[in-house]
Design a protein around this ligand. Structure first.
Ligand code: NAD
Length: 420
């Protein structure tokens, strides 16, 4: 029987390899192999037809060592504890790579949000907040959007938490609507970060935008923004997909027409029609002829088997954990450069941090300010990872993990281990 893929084990293996490469003793890193706190909740919701359904929700706080826990909330039918655990640990590593003063957390609800009405979604979100309220807070744990959630969901989280506290607490959540203290630039920040990492990599490899064909898996918050921004910068984005499949257009996709199509309620790319565009499966997208592949949907998409067929020269991981360890090894053997998730998709959490800082100070920065600061923080992180990879002769994933672990261990040593 095939063993079920466990993203948390995947994360632990990479972390252990990084610790070994850095020559750390087990005592230095053992705390990072155990999440600090895990909460599983049952959320009853009155459905529109009058019935009551109970949904399973989760919040895992992996580490608060370097600052308040930080991480998104996912609404998806496959959400389960091991996945949330892995995503929480990746947030700790990601914030350490970016050098921002946050720890890592993640939350989620096992639900297909597209099957719920707006009213049902709002009641589910408020019920979830009521259950996790004892462990979140502006200086404890700050949620944000992830797969299946958006600014509106964050708005409900802010409102419900503020209601429970009896005062406005905008800094309890990021990725909010602008009217509630959201930051300009947050919505597309993860995609912008993916674009910046792609641009920097192309420039290091001496590739000019017009000769780069880009394929993107996922047409959501991250994938679509990255694809559109790259297309605006002259890259030929030839393929994009969603859960229903993808479209490929050798001359490059038209993002204005794609946006208009995807804005229609219930739109699925398998129904998209444009001159020169052909329909492909998600597997065909991952293995299509392109220079840069951006997986920006879910984890575990590039398996060992798919890795053998990938034709891209570079993979920039927009999603969290899209490449299995087996696939990583195969890609390494084949000389395919991977810019890892804990670097490539940090744009979102970096601008979430900016949003939090603005909320705590009751100020609002301009879009230019936000994008400029994002560029600076992300470029510093990118260069630190690139240099470490060169210096130690390791992959960029290993270098990013090493950089994060080094910062975490340094903080742990300075703070000491609580043994009370
Ligand atoms: P989203 O819900 O906005 O979009 C997800 C996209 O993936 C959709 O187009 C969906 O149709 C597609 N998809 C879902 N299941 C799929 C499948 N089985 N095969 C192919 N496509 C599928 O989500 P998002 O916010 O864009 O997040 C995408 C990834 O990026 C996730 O791994 C998430 O954890 C990660 N991420 C998101 C953010 C953020 O700010 N939103 C930040 C960092 C990382």
């Amino acid at each position: 029987m095939q063993r079920k893929y466990n993203p948390y084990q995947n994360m632990l293996q990479v972390m252990e390899e990084a610790a070994c490469e850095l020559g750390f003793h087990e005592d230095d890193v053992v705390t990072f192999t155990h999440p600090e706190r895990e909460l599983q909740v049952s959320v009853p919701v009155r459905m529109d037809d009058g019935s009551v359904r109970v949904f399973q929700g989760f919040r895992v706080q992996h580490s608060s060592l370097r600052g308040p826990c930080k991480g998104g909330v996912r609404y998806h039918p496959d959400v389960e504890m091991n996945e949330v655990r892995a995503l929480a640990a990746w947030m700790t590593l990601k914030c350490a790579v970016a050098g921002i003063p946050y720890g890592g957390a993640k939350g989620g609800i096992c639900v297909n949000p597209s099957e719920l009405s707006q009213g049902e979604l709002e009641r589910l979100t408020r019920g979830y907040v009521d259950q996790i309220a004892p462990i979140i807070g502006e200086h404890r744990d700050v949620p944000a959007p992830d797969v299946g959630t958006n600014a509106q969901v964050m708005g409900w989280i802010m409102d419900e938490y503020s209601r429970l506290c009896g005062r406005d607490v905008p800094a309890v959540v990021t990725g909010k609507p602008i009217a509630l203290g959201g930051s300009l630039g947050r919505q597309e920040a993860t995609g912008r970060g993916v674009m910046l990492c792609t641009e920097r990599t192309a420039s290091k490899l001496g590739l000019t935008p017009s000769e780069c064909r880009v394929a993107v898996q996922g047409a959501g918050n991250v994938g679509f923004a990255a694809a559109r921004l790259l297309s605006e910068r002259g890259y030929r984005v030839t393929a994009i997909s969603d859960v229903s499949g993808g479209v490929l257009c050798e001359d490059g996709l038209d993002f204005r027409s794609l946006r208009a199509f995807l804005d229609r309620p219930g739109a699925l790319l398998r129904e998209y029609d444009a001159p020169g565009a052909v329909h492909i499966t998600n597997r065909e997208l991952l293995t299509c002829g392109c220079d840069i592949l951006i997986p920006a949907a879910l984890e575990n998409q590039i398996t060992g088997e798919i890795a053998k067929e990938v034709r891209a020269r570079v993979i920039v991981e927009g999603a969290n954990g899209p490449t299995t360890n087996e696939a990583d090894e195969e890609l390494g053997k084949r000389g395919i450069l991977v810019i890892p998730d804990i670097l490539a998709n940090t744009g979102g959490v970096i601008v979430s941090y900016f949003e939090w800082v603005q909320n705590l100070q009751s100020v609002a920065w301009s879009l230019d300010d936000v994008n400029e600061k994002l560029y600076t923080v992300l470029t510093n992180a990118y260069e630190a990872v690139w240099e470490l990879a060169q210096e130690r002769g390791v992959t960029h994933r290993m270098a990013a993990n090493m950089l994060a672990l080094r910062r975490l261990v340094e903080t742990r040593r300075s703070r000491g281990v609580c043994v009370a």
